[in-house]
Design a protein around this ligand. Structure first.
Ligand code: PLP
Length: 810
């Protein structure tokens, strides 16, 4: 692999770094704090990246714009040093200046631009698009505050403002010159002249959308793309001087803050926060602003050749948040570029594609028609007309007398029951609709979008998710990566399929021992972090069993904590019980409004409090909750994990991606046959994964039968499962912050919607078999290595190549 020359040599780097410190702070390097040293280095690397960005692509290359309301980037400095191939050079340079690169990298804060899996996928895709060398750009929102910083107080999740921009974001450049205007509200006015008519929008509120560009450095450093993030600002500086002079400062600033509110907060993506007006404004702002600049660039390069837009540009919509891309592109083409309605619709369909991320019909995004029409009157006219034509067209295929007709419309129309249904809008405006794992896509075809699939099967396809192995293996796990590179060379960074070359090393005892040493070092690193952040002291000789992800009922952290309680109860009641000593590590945020998920967090912390303070069991089990899960600490956790808990109720998890990151890091999956776990299991084979629980079709059948009774589960095992349910309310776990009546009722009154109690026994059994296997260190390490060796398929490079071939046609 050849890399661009960023610095001539170590001396050149040192000179440039010293000079940059002087320029920014007027101080010598040695006089700068670590934080200042970080900002200077990040800005230096960002400037190198921008210089390469300008010459990365020719105008003839097809451009992909990935529209996503979230990009969960994580810290960028270390990653960009790796991608530029200069991490060693910089580390040595910094060391000879008397400082430490790791310490400098630790100063970087996680950008608050995403929630979890969906946003991280978008970030992995940016990395892989740059690696594949395509002109692939991100389009998103620049939130002033991230979701929240999570603290644990008295066992409870406490949310505090995530002021991630407090010290500035060194990677971004504000592009005032590329600002565009976005209009909300007002009226549509019809004009007519010589039989021609057209529409304009008048009045309403005009907002200035200002872009901030972040360079995206591809591995090898040859291609640098960019992520464009939009910020909302007042169009005119409508400062109310009279109000200010009269002492009414709040009113003086009112207009500014109303507008700026649009880009102030990141909404949770998983807690029914739909329906908030600000959210709809965010969605329209980043869609409209993104499309306006895309078309401006296109027009500059290709003139008014709109018919070929779809051949030169792909617009990919990540979930339904950018669903307005279709009607907004039509509005611009028809109202501003003079393209006819039918042609504009064809162009939209050719240009736009859509990824769905959820199988839960109740999670599909909808907006009340009245809200929508008042906020976006002209856009609504296009939606209304497209919906009308869709219905007419359907009538030519199905007779309105056909009983089927209404049921198809009920599922597929955009406008229904006073609502704008965003998934249907996305589908009707896209030439490609994909799910994110084989099972997920099958469920879309069979149920969620079945009627669409029947009508247009060719539009549906699967693109199993992936993750960037350069961040989640190479950067996250330096000790293991070094071992891998010594064994098979560094070609795997470029081509993750080369990890297969590790297979012969499964027979190599000294390699397997090296693996164990590396894992131990990673566990020490994590244990130090856990101690510092949660106060819990973990023994690195125990198994590290990890479940880290957003808190959600369907992900079943509750099932995991039931297993922990079962082990605890057995240890206390049965002196012959001898489980493998294990550290149970949890991390993740619950949406602020998601009461049940927050109660599960409180339960885990209460269980941790009881277990960690019980001397009778302390040499066997400990429980740690790592606060404020984010990409930065995720990297520490994934690399140190030995068991990867992927235990969602089958049929609920679209794909999962932490399952992939953990397998790369040689953790063995303990999971249900859900999402991408199924593909992991097919790739590694049944001996190298531990599967338990109901399958998706069994879950469906059991629910449909109406014959599942949580009380039967309770009564059939009073000693173990029943005992745990009792503990929720009998005071055993109440010391820290009280009992858990609502969780008890969720199980016993709401009849255990996620089948926690149904899968409990097979889960406990699977865990004990898996930890039994752990005792054979050679066999375990062989199996763990096999997981890394087969993880190449789950590189997002592979996923992106599939998008390029099948969806974007590059
Ligand atoms: C990968 C990742 C996720 C997604 O985890 P799942 O287990 O797939 O839900 C969430 N948050 C962060 C920080 C991640 O890196």
């Amino acid at each position: 692999m050849t890399t661009e020359k960023i610095f001539e040599n170590e001396q050149d780097f040192i000179e440039q770094y010293r000079e940059a410190c002087m320029t920014k702070y007027g101080s010598k390097f040695e006089e700068c704090s670590s934080q200042e040293q970080f900002y200077v280095l990040a800005e230096l690397i960002a400037s190198k990246a921008r210089a390469i960005q300008t010459s990365s692509h020719t105008k003839e290359e097809k451009k992909v714009y990935y529209f996503s309301l979230e990009f969960l980037l994580g810290p960028l400095l270390d990653n960009y040093l790796i991608n530029f191939g200069i991490r060693d050079l910089v580390a040595k340079g910094v060391e000879s200046m008397g400082a430490n690169l790791e310490e400098i990298c630790r100063q970087e804060v996680d950008p608050g631009l995403g929630n979890g899996g969906l946003g991280r996928l978008a970030a992995c895709f940016l990395d892989s698009m740059a690696h594949e060398g395509i002109a692939g750009y991100g389009n998103g929102m620049r939130y002033r505050y991230g979701l929240f910083r999570q603290y644990i107080e008295g066992g409870r999740q406490v949310e505090r403002t995530d002021n991630w921009l407090a010290n500035g974001f060194p990677w971004e450049t504000r592009k005032d010159g590329s600002s565009v205007l976005v209009r909300f509200g007002g009226q549509v006015v019809r004009h007519e002249e010589n039989g021609h008519f057209w529409f304009t929008q008048e009045g309403g509120e005009i907002v200035r959308a200002v872009p901030y560009d972040v360079p995206i450095v591809g591995f090898g450093g040859k291609v640098v793309n960019k992520l464009r993030l939009w910020s909302a600002e007042p169009y005119t500086e409508d400062f109310d001087l009279d109000a200010f002079n009269a002492g009414d400062y709040a009113r003086a600033n009112k207009f500014r803050s109303d507008v700026e509110a649009i880009s102030t907060i990141l909404y949770p993506n998983d807690a029914g926060e739909h329906g908030r007006m600000l959210r709809l404004k965010q969605e329209y702002l980043f869609v409209s602003a993104g499309l306006q600049t895309i078309l401006r660039t296109y027009e500059r390069e290709f003139g008014q050749d709109w018919a070929n837009l779809g051949k030169r540009v792909s617009i990919h919509t990540n979930d339904t948040h950018p669903a307005m891309c279709g009607p907004e592109l039509m509005r611009i083409l028809v109202d501003e570029k003079g393209v006819g309605f039918d042609e504009a619709y064809q162009i939209c369909k050719e240009t736009i594609s859509f990824t769905n991320h959820t199988v839960m019909p109740e999670a599909l995004e909808k907006w009340p028609i009245n809200t929508f029409r008042n906020l976006l009157p002209r856009l609504y006219m296009f939606i209304d007309e497209i919906d009308r034509r869709y219905r007419d067209n359907l009538a030519t295929h199905l007779s309105p007398n056909d009983g089927n007709w209404t049921s198809v419309l009920e599922k597929t129309a955009i406008l229904w029951d006073g609502q704008v249904r965003m998934a249907n809008l996305s589908i009707i405006f896209s030439h490609s609709i994909n799910g994110v794992s084989a099972l997920h896509t099958q469920i879309l075809k069979d149920t969620v979008f079945h009627e669409f699939y029947e009508m247009m099967p060719h539009r549906f396809n699967n693109k199993t998710n992936g993750v960037t192995h350069r961040r989640f293996l190479c950067e996250a796990n330096p000790s293991y990566s070094k071992l891998i590179t010594e064994a098979i060379g560094d070609g795997w960074l470029d081509d993750a399929m080369e990890l297969e070359k590790l297979v012969p090393f499964e027979q190599d005892a000294s390699f397997l021992e090296g693996m164990e040493v590396a894992k131990k070092a990673d566990k020490e690193r994590l244990a130090a972090y856990v101690k510092q952040t949660s106060g819990v002291v973990l023994d690195t000789n125990t198994v590290f069993d990890v479940q880290v992800k957003r808190f959600h009922a369907y992900k079943r952290q509750l099932l995991n904590v039931f297993k922990v309680l079962d082990i605890y109860n057995r240890l206390i009641t049965d002196s012959s019980y001898n489980p493998r000593p294990t550290s149970f590590i949890f991390s993740g945020k619950a949406a602020q409004s998601y009461t049940f998920a927050k109660e599960v967090i409180r339960l885990i912390n209460s269980v941790a409090d009881v277990i960690n303070n019980d001397e009778r069991v302390n040499d066997k089990i400990k429980v740690a909750f790592v606060p404020n899960f984010a990409v930065s600490n995720a990297q520490l956790i994934y690399s140190a994990a030995e068991i990867s808990e992927q235990i969602s109720v089958a049929g609920a998890e679209a794909s999962g991606t932490s399952n992939m990151k953990l397998m790369m890091n040689a953790a063995i999956t303990l999971g249900t046959l859900d999402g991408a776990n199924i593909e992991i299991s097919e790739l590694v084979g049944p001996d190298n994964i531990k599967i338990f629980g109901l399958h998706a079709d069994e879950v469906d059948a059991l629910r449909a039968s109406g014959r599942y009774y949580a009380w039967d589960m309770y009564n059939s095992d009073r000693d173990h499962l029943g005992r745990i349910v009792d503990m929720l309310t009998d005071g055993t776990l109440a010391r820290l912050s009280g009992n858990f009546d609502s969780i008890h009722d969720y199980l016993m009154v709401d009849n255990d919607p996620d089948l926690v109690m149904r899968d409990f026994h097979s889960y406990v059994q699977a865990w004990s078999e898996l930890t039994e296997f752990y005792g054979d260190r050679a066999a375990w390490n062989k199996s763990a290595l096999h997981n890394t060796a087969k993880a190449g398929y789950f590189s997002s490079d592979r996923t992106i190549r599939e998008y390029m071939a099948d969806i974007w046609h590059i």
